[in-house]
Design a protein around this ligand. Sequence first.
Ligand code: SF4
Length: 369
Amino acid sequence: MTTPQELDLTTISPTRLWVPQHVMITRAAADLPHTAEIIRRCERAGVDDIRFLPGNALTGLRGASERETYASAKNTLAVVVAPPSALKPQPIPPSADWRIDLAKGCPAHCQYCYLAGSLQGPPVTRVYANIDDVLDGIRTHAGRGSVTRGTLERGNEGTTFEMSCYTDPLGIESVTGSLAAAISRVGAGEFGSDVQMRFTTKFDDVGELVTLDHGRRTRVRFSVNAAEVANRFEGGTARMPARLAALRAVAAAGYRVGLTIAPIMPIPGWREQYGALLDDVSGAVAGIGDLDLTAEIITHRFTPASKEVLLGWYPKTKLEMDEDLRSQKRSKFGGVKYVYPKQTMTEMREWFTEELERRLPAARLLYWT
Ligand code: SF4
C-alpha cells in the first residue's frame, strides 16, 4: 500500500494545463461568489484578457473563417449562469443515475470528440458560475434513479452522478475550481453519505485533488486508449503515461478510480496495443492498498451530425468514419449511429473481457458498449 509519506505531492505536477487566452463573464454571472474564485484562478494562471460583458449573450466568437472561429472558441472560457433547463438532472445510462454539468465545452482537440454535434455554435467552454444551483441537483435527486441505484452490480455505489458528459472537468479545473468545490462538498457529506460522483478525464492535473477531503465519494476515471489512437487523435490532452501517473496518484490518495477505455478502435495490431495499455495500467496501480478500480469500455461510433461537425473542425483527419465499413444502429428516437460490424464487435468484446480479467484482475468491468 502507498502511504501518504510515499505520495510526494511536490512531484505531482501537470504535464498539460489549459490556460484560456480570453475569459468572458456574462452580466448574470458577474457577482456570483464562484465567479470570484474563477477570476482568482485565471489571474493566477496569467490570463490578462478578462472581460465583463454588458449582457448575457456571448458575442464576438466568430472569426473570419471557420478555422479562426474554432481556434478562438477553443481558447475562450465563458463564465455563465446555467439556465434552469441545464439544471435538471437527467438519467445517463449506462454510466450513472444522473448527469450533473459543471460546464459545457472542452478545450482539448480530440478528432473523434463526443461533444461534436451536441453543442450549438462555436466550441467555447462555458463554465457555470451558479455552482450551488448545479450541485443542488444532487440534493434533490439523492435516493432516486434506477440506472445504477438499486441494481445488483452497482447498487453499493448509492445514487451516482456523472459530471463529464459535456466537458472534461479536470481539463478546466485549474481555472475554474468547480471540481474541487463539488468533491469537497460531497466528501463532507453535505448531500448525505449514499451518493457518489464520477467523472472521466484525459488530463493529469491532480495536484489539488489529492489534497481534498473526498470521503471516497468520488470516482476519478481516466480515459485511456492504445498509444497510436491517443497520440494521433487526442490533441491538447495529457499523454498516456502522464494520465497513468495521475491515476496512481489519486488512487494512492484514496479515491475510487476507473478506466474509460474509449473509444476503442480495431486499428492494425489492436490486440498488442491494447494489451500493452492494460499492462501499463496494471503497473500503474501495483501496490495500491484499498484499490477500487472499475472499467468501462466504449467502441468508436459516429452519427451523421457528429461526422459533419468533426470534418469541419478537422478536415484532414485520418479518423475512419466510413459508413460503408460500419453497421447502422437506430436509437429509440429514430437517430442513426454508425458502429463497427457485428463480427468485429464480438471479437473485440471477447478479447477485452478475457484480457481485462487476465491482465488486470483488480478491475471490475461495469459495461461494454
Ligand atoms: S477530452 Fe473529451 S470532450 Fe474534450 S475534446 Fe476530447 S473527447 Fe471532446
